[in-house]
Design a protein around this ligand. Structure first.
Ligand code: CA
Ligand code: CA
Length: 217
């Protein structure tokens, strides 16, 4: 009896061992599959990011009533001057004077007025002399005529890196006539991806704010 019991237990043990191997073997397959299938999602996300970059190629600004599109003369041999215009047709506005990047928005005018540029980016941040940097990388590097004290008549916002996809709004405010300026023609130029999107003009009256243009990237 005792020997028979041991034999039975031995057989049962052997079966359990085989079953265990079998179960372990089956269990290992989904584990491997899980490990293999985990990485693709980040890869797909990466691809989506590239796709997103491709879709931001051509902003088409929507202009408010009264804003006209300029066809400023440019010459590859011209000297770039600080005027809010790409004088030398290289796709950068006032380079050497202000920062240029993947997205550049530049305001220029030619009276002593204190006029301010505001750019609202997709994060909702309003970049201006009051908040010169956005978490998205947008940066205002020139504040002109602050308190009517300096001679600059250009303000500039640019993104060195990739500007985020989404909605952008460009506002311009006639802050002060500085005692001498009247209605003032202003120019806003936009450069994206090394090419000029357009140059736009509007005549701004004292204390007026205008939403010059908006666009989506
Ligand atoms: Ca230029
Ligand atoms: Ca210029």
């Amino acid at each position: 009896m005792k020997k028979g019991l041991w034999m039975v237990l031995g057989v049962v043990g052997a079966l359990m061992l085989l079953g265990g191997c079998y179960i372990t073997g089956r269990a290992a397959v989904p584990t491997v599959h899980a490990t293999v299938s985990a990485p693709p999602p980040p890869t797909v996300v990466g691809t989506a990011t590239v796709t997103g970059t491709a879709t931001v190629a051509a902003p088409r600004p929507v202009l408010v009533t009264g804003v006209t599109t300029l066809q400023p003369a440019c010459n590859p041999n011209a000297q770039e001057v600080l005027n809010g215009i790409d004088d030398n047709c290289n796709g950068q506005i006032d380079e050497g004077w202000v920062g240029s990047g993947n997205l550049q928005i530049t305001l220029g005018w030619n009276t002593p007025a204190d006029i301010d540029l505001y750019v609202v980016d997709p994060s909702g941040t309003e970049i201006s002399y009051m908040q010169t940097q956005s978490p998205t990388g947008g940066f205002l590097d020139r504040d002109a005529r602050g308190a009517c004290t300096n001679g600059d008549v250009v303000e500039n916002v640019y993104w060195n890196g990739q500007p985020p996809a989404g909605h952008y709004i460009i506002r311009v405010k006639y802050y002060s006539d500085c005692g001498v300026a009247g209605p003032t023609p202003i120019t806003v130029s936009i450069s994206f991806g090394g090419q000029i999107v357009g140059a736009y003009q509007y005549t701004l009256s004292p204390e007026q704010t205008v939403e010059m243009a908006s666009f989506d990237l």
